[in-house]
Design a protein around this ligand. Structure first.
Ligand code: NAD
Length: 524
């Protein structure tokens, strides 16, 4: 039996343990079995049934809310040091279970084991990082007028709901739950219905590491049923939504109507801009990994390439050679670089969009026949789309403005810097972008002018919890990381007290109910 077959078998066994028939809500050891719609989890590489579970719906959401409301009291009662200890302990527990978690993630997302293993390392680091923050949430003493002392307390909202997408489930669950947890909130994560397993496992491990019941609850369920309750219930103090622009806006609008504020982390259509003076070797490699890692299913994928006309052929020749070498294959194989599309509906969407792009004048540059091993059983049936380089995706092509969320790079040319900037900023999105150039001044001009929450110079896709991550324009509001992110999940409270006797509030009360009398010990 090959190593990859063994890993697939192990992952299926793990899935059966994480998602026994009927699982709904998991706050560690507590489980509520859903009774709603049956949801199938299919292996994206083979399109085979891997596991199934039932939507917990409003009933399950209610249980999650009760658990989290109670969990908040216990979690906040631990105090900053107690919470930091649990977060540190969780980092260690996740580290020792990271291979199992990576297998689970690969089994449901189809993301290569190489990538999920790296994501697990990042999750471990995040838990340690936010353990530090939990002990550093300080209010401030305010410079108010003489006679007064005033300070602020930064206090948690209570229950925070995080709704996450399917492309990087455990990474987005950790990245978006942790700032809220560090600030003392209890968190309910509603993972995507396509990829709930690793979030359920995360909730279990958090509890194993010593977290109180309900501090972190996984509530896998469908959006319009379970998700809708968890984002509008008055017991929820704030929501953070990670997903598409359309769903995000609808969820935020419903939450706002219920009086619940939101952070929105949405999609993108980010551009890599390559000037003739760039290191073309580095730009070619960087632009390929910017769009094709995760098979293009990444919010900040560099899914557009704008290249200065004079170096178009040279750059694209290198990229065609490079794309042909990418190792597309079984995600359980540790040497695989590109896996399948996560689910069938998304596979259908990407193939449809590709047809639209070609009909509207784009030209495919590379051969996209499936390599051996994919056309052969058992992968013949999976959601496989080979990386595609699409040239001549002009401004009027719908693909220029549509987030494809698949392995498709839209390429076009520009003449000068002004045109490049206008084109890079010419979509409704504003998540990320990059410039490749040997001219330092131009690089910084571009960074300043780009309408994007993250911008890279001669590189793509760096990240750290200290760096803010979030969108400009339609790509969202609020930030998922960076200096202010923990405060994003606190409410500041101003506390006042007088340091000198107060004047009587009403002259008629002077000497009778005059607060100054109390402070002075009375005036006789
Ligand atoms: P989606 O918007 O379809 O779903 C996201 C989540 O919302 C899922 O968990 C879904 O069940 C839930 N949902 C749906 N309807 C809901 C409702 N009425 N109430 C509450 N929850 C509801 O997105 P997707 O297809 O899962 O993910 C892909 C999208 O996510 C892409 O646009 C991608 O760019 C974006 N994304 C953004 C970031 C970021 O940090 N900016 C990160 C990853 C993915």
């Amino acid at each position: 039996m090959s190593e990859t077959t063994t890993r697939t078998g192990l992952a299926r066994e793990l899935l059966a343990v994480q998602l026994p028939d009927g699982i709904g809500v998991c706050a560690g050891e507590e489980v509520f079995a859903g009774r709603g719609t049956l949801v199938e989890l299919r292996d994206p590489a083979r399109d085979e049934l891997a596991a199934e579970w039932r939507d917990p719906g409003a009933e399950g959401a209610e249980i999650a809310l009760e658990l989290a409301t109670e969990g908040f009291r216990k979690w906040t009662g631990l105090g900053p040091s107690g919470r930091a200890d649990v977060l540190r302990a969780t980092a260690r527990v996740i580290e020792s279970n990271s291979h199992e978690l990576a297998l689970l993630e690969t089994a449901t997302t189809g993301k290569p084991l190489r990538d999920t293993t790296a994501e697990l390392r990042a999750v471990v680091r995040m838990f340690s990082f936010y353990a530090g923050w939990a002990e550093r949430i300080n209010g401030e003493t305010l410079g108010v007028p003489d006679g007064w002392h005033a300070y602020t307390l930064l206090q948690p909202f209570g229950v925070v709901t995080a709704v996450t997408p399917w492309n990087a489930p455990i990474l987005t669950a950790a990245a978006n739950a942790l700032p809220a947890l560090a600030a003392g909130n209890a968190v309910i994560v509603k993972p995507s219905e396509f990829t709930p397993a690793s979030t359920v496992r995360l909730a279990r491990l958090f509890r194993t590491a010593g977290a109180p019941l309900g501090a972190l609850t996984a509530a896998p369920g469908l959006g319009p049923t379970t998700g809708a309750v968890l984002t509008t219930d008055p017991r929820v103090g704030k929501i953070v939504f990670i997903g598409s622009v359309e769903t995000g806006r609808a969820v935020a609008a419903a939450a706002a109507t219920a009086g619940i504020p939101s952070v929105l982390e949405l999609g993108g259509k980010s551009a890599n801009v390559v000037f003739a003076d760039a290191d073309l070797e580095a730009a070619a490699a960087g632009a390929l990994s910017a769009v094709f890692s995760g098979a293009g299913q990444s919010c900040q994928a560099g899914s557009r390439l704008l290249v200065q006309k004079s170096v178009h052929d040279e750059l694209l020749d290198r990229m065609v050679t490079g794309v042909g070498r990418l190792r597309v294959g079984d995600p359980m194989d540790t040497s695989t670089e590109i896996g399948p599309i996560v689910h069938r509906a998304q596979y259908d969407r990407v193939t449809r969009l590709l047809e639209v792009g070609l009909e509207r004048g784009a030209r495919q540059l590379n051969d996209t026949a499936l390599p051996r091993g994919i056309t052969d059983h058992p992968f013949r049936e999976g959601n496989w789309i080979m990386p595609v380089l699409l040239d001549r995706v002009t401004r009027d092509n719908p693909l220029e403005h549509t987030e494809i969320f698949g392995p498709v790079l839209c390429v076009d040319t520009f003449d000068d810097e002004a045109e490049a900037m206008a084109r890079a900023n010419g979509t409704r999105f504003g998540l990320a972008g990059a410039v490749w150039t040997g001219d330092v001044s131009r690089a910084h001009r571009f960074a300043a002018g780009a309408e994007a929450g993250t911008f890279y110079i001669n590189c793509y896709k760096a990240g750290h919890p200290l760096a803010p991550f979030g969108g400009f324009k339609a790509s969202g509001w609020g930030r998922a990381s960076g200096r202010g992110v923990v405060e994003e999940f606190t409410q500041s409270k101003a506390v006042w007290l007088p340091t000198r006797p107060l004047a009587a509030p009403f002259p008629s009360l002077e000497g009778v109910l005059d607060p100054a009398s109390a402070i002075d010990g009375g005036r006789g």
